[in-house]
Design a protein around this ligand. Structure first.
Ligand SMILES: [Fe+2]
Ligand SMILES: [Fe+2]
Length: 295
């Protein structure tokens, strides 16, 4: 009797090679029949090129995330001219420049979604089936998840992007967010991915959380020059790594809605008022009330 396959899905490595190494060692131990990669290999971290090369050499099926799109836009000069000199885009320029021409060509050919070759009932997207920029997380309503599942002809819709693991069952199917290998936002610093194993008509989903030495990643932030040259963004990314929660997105969003410059001065004030335990919309409301919109 043939045994049903095990499929590993990992996403959101974000240029964090020590985290990826730890996950690859675990994958090696568990010996899945197929491995799928859910995008955001690059961006938000200093070793995008090494991550791309490592994944490319495995030959595993891979999709493109929004951070692949961002860095491609920088490399292909599809960004506003001001972004080439503005301080706030220093980290993006740094990460885009770090990729080789071969990395860029490989990224450019990645599809936005894929189905498992062994189990076509598994559909992998980065954010949602419509967008790599929108995400599904514990806060997403059942109605919205059902809307995404409708018409997909899929047993399990697998996603990443929000860096928050989730496993939800609905009448239309199941939605699993595998979390993030390199930059989790669920207050758990371990490198996270998931294993899928068919169990009759159902699926066993095993979330994996792998310990690794984050000091190695901090050291790469320093040695590579990313922290020194990546401006306020690189500093916020290191904070995200240390705290396993989101800082950069809320800070930039707050700066945008209050029309303030996202500089060091503003950051100090935001950090004093910021409560990462709150959901994003509540954080922004709180920050705006506490600090006010600029007149
Ligand atoms: Fe991501
Ligand atoms: Fe993403």
């Amino acid at each position: 009797m043939s045994r049903s396959p095990t499929i590993a899905v990992l996403a959101d490595v974000h240029g964090n090679m020590p985290a990826l190494d730890a996950v690859l060692a675990d994958v090696e131990r568990r010996r899945p029949d197929e491995v799928l990669i859910g995008g955001d290999l690059v961006g938000r971290g200093p070793e995008g090129s090494r991550v791309v090369t490592t994944i490319r050499d495995t030959g595993w099926q891979t999709i493109r995330g929004n951070h692949e799109d961002y860095l491609l836009d920088f490399r292909r000069r599809r960004v506003p001219v001001a972004w080439w000199s503005q301080r706030r885009w220093a980290a993006s320029r740094w990460m885009a420049a770090e990729l080789s021409a071969a990395d860029v060509a490989w990224i450019e050919a990645l599809p936005p979604m894929l189905r498992s070759a062994l189990e076509p009932g598994l559909l992998l997207v980065h954010g949602t089936p419509e967008s790599a920029n929108a995400g599904l997380g514990p806060w997403t309503s059942d109605a919205e998840l059902s809307r995404h599942l409708a018409g997909l002809n899929t047993e399990v819709l697998i996603c990443g992007h929000t860096h928050r693991p989730m496993d939800r069952r609905l009448a239309e199917g199941r939605v699993v967010n595998v979390g993030s290998v390199g930059l989790p936002f669920n207050r758990d610093p371990r490198a996270q991915y998931a294993l899928f194993h068919r169990d009759g008509d159902d699926w066993q989903v095993e979330p994996r959380k792998i310990d690794y030495d984050r000091r190695k990643t901090y050291d790469i932030y320093e040695r590579s020059g990313f922290l020194a040259e990546g401006g306020i963004t690189a500093g916020l990314l290191k904070l995200e790594l240390e705290q396993s929660t989101a800082y950069l997105g809320p800070f930039l969003k707050w700066a945008e809605i209050t029309d303030r410059r996202p500089d060091r001065d503003a950051l100090d004030r935001v950090l004093a008022a910021y409560d990462p335990a709150l959901p994003m919309h509540e954080q922004l409301r709180q920050l705006s009330v506490t600090m006010g919109a600029k007149p």
